[in-house]
Design a binder for this molecule. Structure first.
Ligand SMILES: [Zn+2]
Ligand SMILES: [Zn+2]
Length: 336
């Protein structure tokens, strides 16, 4: 089968012909029909971090059909339409038992990080990582739910957004546009921030009352909050410039939700944060229940991470180049 694999940083992914993987007794094999291209892919190709081994098939947003089931698997059959939870959780550690599979202490792997991922014709995962897709949800719409959509659901759940909250979303890529939709659904007054005009336009379509450049943010938040500052800032870039912007516009009891990251540091004034009783919340990925929730919201037409285009798997490097340039308004989806 064809697989787009990472061999080393600063090199295109290789289109390798690899053996079709066989499921273990508790695993299923999925025929990948759509695979979203996430910004995290660039963290590998650009050398911010390395997968646990090389070569590694990248991609952690997979939707497709069950292709083969292990001997001990019940409840799934060939042809079932599924989305894949990319964190291959153990199911028995203290965090899995609390429903926080994103914090699993002993995962079998994580797609693209420590298990071959979605940029392939087939992949193998534990059966408990599957979420059933309703027939009306196309694979191309479902794949971006697996990271972009559910990451947004998790971040805004952690932020405890309430109706009327002024919510700033810093960054309007795949996760950012889904965060705009989800914040809006929860009744937030959403301000999106992007340097890119097409992304600002996409953010307005996703439900932002304002979509502005970084330089316009402070005035916009002041106007919409009556000078009180933002109740929530969802930070998706994680670089010094946007972190400083985030803390500058945060209001009393404001929640700064860190989703994006880089090698840059977050610098805050304890005095400023304490007197305003602000909180910093870190949000990583999503739980299995939140992927199920994202699929249900999508089926109900309430969450739809915009798809910027679909390409065959063979054009994966072109997709990564477009994403690196920062001019993709939504998710690019590969169709292996
Ligand atoms: Zn992702
Ligand atoms: Zn676990």
């Amino acid at each position: 089968m064809l697989a787009a694999r990472f061999h080393a940083p600063d090199r295109p992914l290789a289109l390798d012909d690899v053996p079709v993987p066989e499921p273990a007794p508790d695993e299923v094999r999925v025929r990948v029909r759509a695979a979203g291209v996430c910004g995290t892919e660039l963290h590998f190709t650009d050398g911010l971090y390395a997968p646990s081994r090389t070569p590694m098939t990248l991609g952690h947003e997979a939707a497709g059909t069950v292709d083969a089931v292990g001997s001990a698997v019940t409840g799934w059959a060939e042809g079932d339409r599924v989305a894949v939870y990319y964190y291959l959780f153990c199911g028995s550690c203290r965090w899995c038992l609390r429903g926080r599979q994103n914090l699993c202490l002993t995962p079998r792997g994580v797609l693209a990080f420590a298990a071959d991922g979605a940029f392939a014709e087939q992949l193998v995962v534990p059966a408990h990582c599957l979420v059933r897709l309703p027939d009306e949800l196309p694979f191309e719409a479902a794949a971006p739910l697996c990271c972009a959509g559910t990451t947004a659901v998790h971040a805004l759940t952690e932020a405890a957004v309430e109706p009327g909250d002024v919510v700033v979303v810093l960054g309007a890529g795949g996760v950012g546009l889904a965060a705009v939709q989800e914040a809006r659904r929860r009744g937030g007054v959403v301000v999106a921030v992007s340097r890119d005009d097409a992304r600002r336009s996409a953010a307005r379509s996703a439900g932002a009352v304002a979509a502005v450049s970084p330089a316009e943010l402070a005035d916009t938040v002041a106007r919409l909050s009556g000078g009180q500052g933002a109740d929530v800032v969802v930070e998706l870039a994680g670089v010094t410039a946007t972190l400083e912007l985030a803390t500058a516009v945060l209001g009393r009891r404001g929640r700064l939700v860190l989703v994006g990251y880089s090698a840059d540091a977050l610098t805050v004034s304890p005095l400023g944060m304490v007197v305003a009783e602000q909180r910093v919340i870190a949000s990583v990925g999503n739980t299995l229940a939140e992927l199920e929730q994202a699929v249900a919201l999508a089926a109900a037409g309430q969450l739809a991470p915009p798809v910027a285009g679909t390409l065959p798997l063979t054009q994966v490097n072109e997709a990564l180049d477009r994403l690196r340039k920062g001019d993709v308004a939504g998710r690019l989806v590969l169709t292996p």
